[in-house]
Design a protein around this ligand. Structure first.
Ligand code: LLP
Length: 427
């Protein structure tokens, strides 16, 4: 089995020990316990370098999408690399502030349901731009900016009505979805904004969905955006930013060849082509592409049980720790931390302890034989893993560790029952 450059590689004696950078994962499991999220700082830096190379010569800022993985240390690492941030809540704004105050001026605020208090906080923080998604939101933003004696920098998130082939829950660029303003209405809203003393139309944004592995739909969306930018310029509404959103996918299948650099280069080619002659700045909002392959979830096998013809490998991690397989039928590769010489493949379901049949990480998957006490790594879990975890079944959430070369550091301690039960009271 081949694990492509994910900074999670077999090495050590006989090439049998899975390591993250220079640290054997079994050591991390021992030190910090399981379930455990492990991230590679090197992998994050590498993806950021890839963006810089692919968009060299284009004025651009990578505004990492905080929702993918919002750990403070990860945001701090990214801010140090010059990243801006795409946020969707006052909570995410606060995370950016705590990670690196200087990055607040590189924040774009997206989302269909910004509340007044969230707008107030973002206005006070002096963010780069509000990506506004409706006429009503534009109204409220103007009122909040007026009350604060400020001018709110505004981009409209337009809905380009472009179909991107991905899971229906994470596709967003069609009129049938709740996101954005129809292209036909955007022009009138820009005019409205340009007449307000408290709004400054400064950009335009588009985001068509997530886990898109083909550059073409991004091009289609940007073409429509570009037409609008040109029309608006003719009306003296000069937009400085074009925000191409996020959504670039990865391959979750380790048996398939996947070259992230080649995919990014293809994406950059398409984006550059549509931006030809635009003399402003490009904003990008990648989440998954930056962080997914930098992370793995370690889980220990508690039991192996057989029900009739089926074999279930029960791990100490569950759907509350990583919900992607249950929610999107997502595939995640699962590999043992220690490869054995004569591994027999068996077909198993890998499941967690949560009381739901949907609590699985893999179904009918051919895997090297596992026994109780073994530890496995669920790969490509850096994006939308911990970020979408919950306390369902009153389970404390995993700890998180950041590996950098030969060093490792706890970046979120394991939750305790005291953390969980603290906010509740008896009547
Ligand atoms: N910008 C906007 C406006 C977004 O809504 C999103 C993601 C992104 C950027 C970042 O997209 P990315 O580059 O990560 O694809 N939980 C799902 C994915 C939900 C994506 C939501 N929006 C999953 O685990 O597949």
């Amino acid at each position: 089995m081949r694990i492509p450059a994910r900074n999670f590689q077999y090495g050590g004696k006989n090439g049998a020990e899975l390591a993250c950078e220079k640290v054997p994962l079994s050591r991390l499991a021992q030190t910090y316990g399981t379930p455990l999220y492990v991230y590679s700082a090197g992998a994050i830096r590498e993806r950021m370098r890839m963006f810089a190379a692919a968009f060299q010569g284009v004025r651009h800022t990578v505004c990492y999408s905080v929702k993918a993985n919002s750990n403070l240390s990860i945001l701090q690492l990214l801010a140090g690399l010059g990243a801006g941030f795409d946020i969707v809540s006052g909570g995410e704004l606060e995370r950016v502030r705590r990670s690196d105050k200087k990055a607040l001026k590189r924040v774009v605020f997206s989302g269909v349901g910004k509340a007044a208090a969230e707008m107030d906080a973002a206005l006070a923080a002096g963010i780069l731009v509000f990506n506004v998604e409706s006429a009503a939101e534009l109204d409220l933003l103007e009122a909040r900016a007026r009350a604060a004696h400020k001018v709110a920098p505004v981009a409209l998130r337009v809905n380009p009505d472009v179909f991107a082939e991905t899971h229906p829950y994470i596709s967003t660029g069609l009129h049938a979805h709740k996101f954005g303003v129809p292209m036909s209405e955007a022009r009138a809203l820009y005019r409205l904004a340009s007449r307000s003393k408290h709004l400054l139309p400064t950009g335009i944004s588009v985001h068509i969905g997530s886990q898109i592995q083909n550059a073409e739909p991004f091009g289609q969306a940007l073409r429509r955006v570009r037409e609008l930018v040109t029309d608006l310029a003719a009306e003296n509404i000069a937009l400085r930013y074009i925000d191409a959103g996020g959504g670039l996918g990865i391959s979750y299948r380790i048996e398939e060849p996947f070259d992230p650099q080649a995919l990014l280069a293809q994406y950059a080619r398409v984006v550059r082509a549509e931006l030809e002659g635009f003399d402003g700045e490009l904003l990008l909002e990648p989440g998954r592409f930056v962080i997914a392959q930098a992370g793995a979830l370690l889980a220990q096998v508690l039991y192996v049980k057989r029900n009739g013809s089926k074999t279930f490998v029960v791990t100490d991690a569950a759907m509350n720790d990583l919900i992607r397989p249950a929610l999107y039928q997502a595939h995640h590769a699962i590999v043992p931390l220690r490869r054995r010489a004569k591994d027999q493949a068996t077909v198993v379901d890998v499941v967690g302890p949560v009381c739901e049949s949907g609590d699985f990480f893999a179904r009918d998957r051919s895997m090297p034989e596992l026994t109780a006490g073994d530890t496995v790594a669920i790969l490509d879990a850096g994006a939308y893993g911990m970020a979408q975890s919950s306390n369902y079944n009153t389970r404390t959430r995993p700890a998180e560790v950041l590996v950098d070369g030969g060093k490792h550091k706890l970046i979120r301690r394991r939750e305790t029952l005291r953390d969980l039960l603290g906010p509740e009271m008896l009547r």
